[in-house]
Design a protein around this ligand. Structure first.
Ligand SMILES: [Zn+2]
Length: 298
């Protein structure tokens, strides 16, 4: 039986939505050609990779995220640690969608588990046309995302120069990842929402206590992030979501490897945490929901 390749499946989704692409080099519209490449009017050409993603960076940019961190995050996501967050985000999206198709950009999607799970959660409750696009500057992350999940347009791209036309997205997700608010403002539709997830005060507090006991990093404040967000958008709501998850032993290593908390710490301290045999950790997030401020029309 003929089975479509990952590249073909992705190329067809890209072709169906090709009007969203804009050349990152010359900013002209782009088209999918022969289900092989995405090309602009000035012949800047980007090939669709075998795994089914497209690299729209004009040059390679090194990031500190290596493949291992994405593998860890995938394991943590598969272990269910983010599930209540996925449910909360999908509820916000469906509550703000009427009958029109849903379009979501996940800016800084990493290895793609968040977006994939949110998409599944939305479809489970209310199957309807849904365009999901994930971008990340890390080629390792996007390649890993595309290899596992097919129903998303995955792009290696710079969030400071997104390869999309203006306003194609009703929802922009920005989950535990740096933002670029002027680009978000350009990309979001007039009635759209920017949904940013930041760690709450108690996020992984059990680890924080071990690593940063007595230092100012033991507590975490997100008040600056929230006021910055509020300057840029109309802050409609801040939802708090806090829960404890059971931690099976095989997940402790990945959890430590995934989090920036442990980057500055030594192997010995990581060993120490493993020996402490943590049974539960606290997940704590703030979800900032903003709409576009009135902007002058160009
Ligand atoms: Zn171009």
């Amino acid at each position: 039986m003929f089975q479509k390749s990952k590249r073909l499946i992705s190329a067809e989704i890209m072709e169906k939505h090709q009007e969203i692409f804009r050349c990152p080099l010359c900013k002209t519209p782009m088209q999918v050609i022969h289900l092989q490449s995405v090309v602009c009017g000035n012949q800047h050409c980007f090939d669709i990779a075998k795994h089914g993603y497209i690299n729209l960076l004009s040059r390679g940019i090194g990031t500190k995220y290596d493949k291992k961190i994405f593998e860890y995050r995938r394991l943590i996501s598969k272990g269910g640690l983010f599930n209540p967050l996925y449910v909360a985000l999908s509820q916000i999206i469906t509550a703000h969608s009427s009958n029109e198709p849903i379009s979501i950009l996940d800016a800084g999607c990493g290895e793609g588990s968040h977006l994939n799970n949110i998409q599944i959660e939305i479809n489970r409750k209310e199957p309807k046309a849904l365009l999901a696009v994930g971008i990340d500057i890390s080629k390792e992350g996007i390649s890993f995302a595309a290899a596992a999940y097919s129903n998303v347009i995955w792009c290696v791209a710079d969030i400071a120069n997104c390869p999309f036309t203006s306003q194609p997205f009703k929802f922009i997700l920005n989950i535990l990842s740096p933002a670029n608010y002027s680009e978000f403002e350009r990309l979001i539709s007039d009635d759209g929402l920017v949904i940013k997830v930041v760690p709450g005060q108690d996020y992984l507090k059990e680890l924080r206590e071990i690593f940063y006991k007595g230092s100012d990093k033991q507590t975490y404040s997100n008040s600056l992030t929230i006021s910055h967000f509020n300057n840029q958008f109309n802050l409609l709501d801040v939802k708090s979501i806090r829960y404890q998850v059971n931690l099976s032993k095989p997940l402790i290593g990945p959890l430590l490897g995934m989090t920036p908390l442990s980057w500055g710490t030594s192997k010995e301290r990581i060993e120490k945490v493993l020996q402490l045999n943590l049974k539960q950790v606290t997940m704590d997030f703030k979800i900032l929901i903003g709409s576009v401020k009135n902007k002058p029309h160009d």
